[in-house]
Write a protein that binds this ligand. Sequence first.
Ligand SMILES: [Zn+2]
Length: 275
Amino acid sequence: MEKFIESSTVKEFCEITKLMYNKGWDERNGGNISCIIDEEKITPYLTKNIENVRQIKLPFNVQELANKYLLVTGTGKYFKNIIKNPQDSIGLIKIAKDGSYYEILWGFVNGAVATSELPTHLMNHIQRLEVDKEHRVIMHCHATHTIAMTFSHKLDEKDFTKTLWKMCTECLVVFPDGLGIIPWVVPGTEEIGQLTAEKMKDYRSVIWPFHGIFGAGTDLDETFGLIETIEKSAEVYTHVQSQGGIKQDITDEDLLKLAKGFNVVPKSGYLEVGV
Ligand SMILES: [Zn+2]
């Protein structure tokens, strides 16, 4: 599969991870991405006998994802290095037919394995695919202003969402479903995976307090755009607070007009208007 490195799939992955690093969201080995790749994008690169395929056992069964291909970041790998040496930092894995392990088909050439958050990613892929057949990407990063807001803003899903909706006019259009928030949990555990997946029934983005954002989407661009919009709004909030706080904002009635104008449905019960 050596030629896979030249594929548009790997190129796009490298470009997005570079952008994320440049935005300051993925210091050191912070952050991780997994992207389900449709088989037709893999087939042209598949060679009959891939030598020395490593098999890595999964901590629980993911039968729902059997035979799926995923391009994922590696554990301990730095986002800043992905574009320089993708075959070292990222890997193409295939979930086994029985869902109990994955095989590394390409990448991770120096012995790495998939991100330690892979179990969380897989649980969330399963959850999102149940509600959205087009779902493909899970992206986690340490978006600076969003993390800061988890210290200074009330950690209530409705309040947090509405503050962000009001910081930039088009936010409501990008995430009308709002943001889920889980309690602080040790990363890489089954607990954080389960709590996040529970939220992913209703939300495409979940805030991990004092840690970062966990986002889902149909492709890398869309998922990056979702996180970028949330983070931009959190950045505006940071400036507003440093300028002395909110004196006026977009009213709930105006948000409703916006939703109607862009044909989106805001999270039920969030806008205080007679609907
Ligand atoms: Zn993290």
